[in-house]
Write a protein that binds this ligand. Structure first.
Ligand code: NAD
Length: 324
């Protein structure tokens, strides 16, 4: 029999990991989430024995499984991770470990104290291309890398979805952009060129998604925007979500906007919720471009450049396809 698991957070990541774990033979024993429709999805798909409306309720029970998957919002990671380890669970902990250094240290101390295994979901290094690149580098295919330039071109519609309208739009409610998004790329850099980093410099900020860049005549919601303004806007929610639905898309990011994904649920969400808002309302504060420079102990260097490159290379009005 496969390992037994408890899921804290049944959102986008929780459900995705549960599907994989289930397909690989794991037993999903319990799930916690305040949203009844997500608990129902778990019940139906995995026949879980226990459902809870809050992660703390799951911790009130004796240890229910060998390991727990922490797929909670960023700000809840540290407290849950420490409590789970104290209870005896090994962890798959979603990134970021936590949004503050003090919390990261608390998680590290709990890990040392309890001897539990903690895997942080830095998923990029496990992709086939990263594994292939690592193997080639290990074989010396291009000699020894001394300096790496890494570009992270975030799709403009992905950025608007997650970092202007979505969960990661405000730093105090989630994490800074670098931690929320580029943490994968920084992990990837250290994976392909390991070493001790001596110095780091980073600059970035919010440049584009500000009220002063709002097109003239734009409404507060895309569904109510004049057609000529909406059609010219690459961030139109109608374009990103409703047209994706019409093309037959049903997965991410549509299932974040409305669950279950139906036309009626999507239209309602765009009419009332954050995913239908104009991207120029000024309700976001995380960076939309950032650079990082790393200097290793032995003098090697690396740089990361994260921005919305895609928009510079796409004609306005040609939104990308939703996807990973
Ligand atoms: N590894 C990756 O590539 C990757 C990608 C996206 C997100 N993430 C991370 O995964 C985590 C989850 O992100 P997501 O996209 O699934 O977000 P999400 O909003 O879809 O899921 C979070 C879930 O936690 C639930 N929740 C909130 N408070 C709770 C509580 N007190 N008890 C139990 N459940 C609670 C929410 O209802 C929601 O369903 C975040 O930390 C995010 O940064 C990682």
């Amino acid at each position: 029999m496969g390992p037994s698991l408890v899921f804290l957070g049944a959102g986008n990541r929780g459900l995705a990991y549960a599907r994989h774990a289930h397909a690989l033979g794991a037993r999903i024993v319990a799930v916690a989430d305040p949203r009844p429709e997500r608990l129902q999805a778990f019940r139906q798909a995995f026949h879980v024995e226990h459902t809870f409306r809050d992660w703390r309720e799951a911790l009130e029970k004796p240890q229910l499984a060998q390991a727990a998957v922490v797929a909670l919002p960023d700000r809840l990671h540290a407290e849950a991770a420490v409590a789970l380890m104290e209870k005896g669970y090994h962890l798959l902990l979603e990134k970021p470990i936590a949004p503050t250094w003090e919390e990261v240290e608390r998680v590290a101390q709990a890990k040392a104290r309890t001897g539990r295994m903690v895997a942080v979901a830095h998923v990029l290094r496990y992709t086939p291309y990263a594994q292939a690149l690592k193997r080639l580098l290990g074989e010396g295919a291009i000699g020894e890398p001394v300096s790496v330039q890494h570009l992270e071109p975030v799709g403009h519609w992905h950025y608007a979805h997650s970092f202007v309208r979505g969960n990661w739009r405000r730093e105090r409610e989630s994490s800074p952009f670098l931690l929320a998004k580029s943490v994968h790329d920084l992990d990837w850099l250290l994976f392909v060129m390991p070493g001790e980093v001596r110095r780091v410099a980073s600059f970035g900020g919010l440049f584009h998604f500000r009220p002063e860049n709002r097109p003239q005549g734009a409404a507060d919601r895309c569904l109510f925007c004049p057609e000529e303004v909406e059609r010219a806007c690459p961030f139109s929610a109608r374009r990103i979500y409703l047209e994706a639905y019409e093309r037959g898309e049903r997965g991410w990011p549509l299932d974040v906007v409305a669950y279950p994904v139906t036309w009626e649920n999507l239209v309602k969400a765009l009419g009332e919720g954050p995913y239908g808002e104009c991207v120029y309302l000024g309700r976001n504060d995380v960076a939309d471009h950032q650079v990082v420079m790393l200097e290793y102990q032995d003098g090697r260097t690396a740089s990361l450049h994260a921005d919305l490159t895609a928009i510079l290379h796409r004609a306005p009005g040609t939104a990308g396809q939703p996807g990973g």
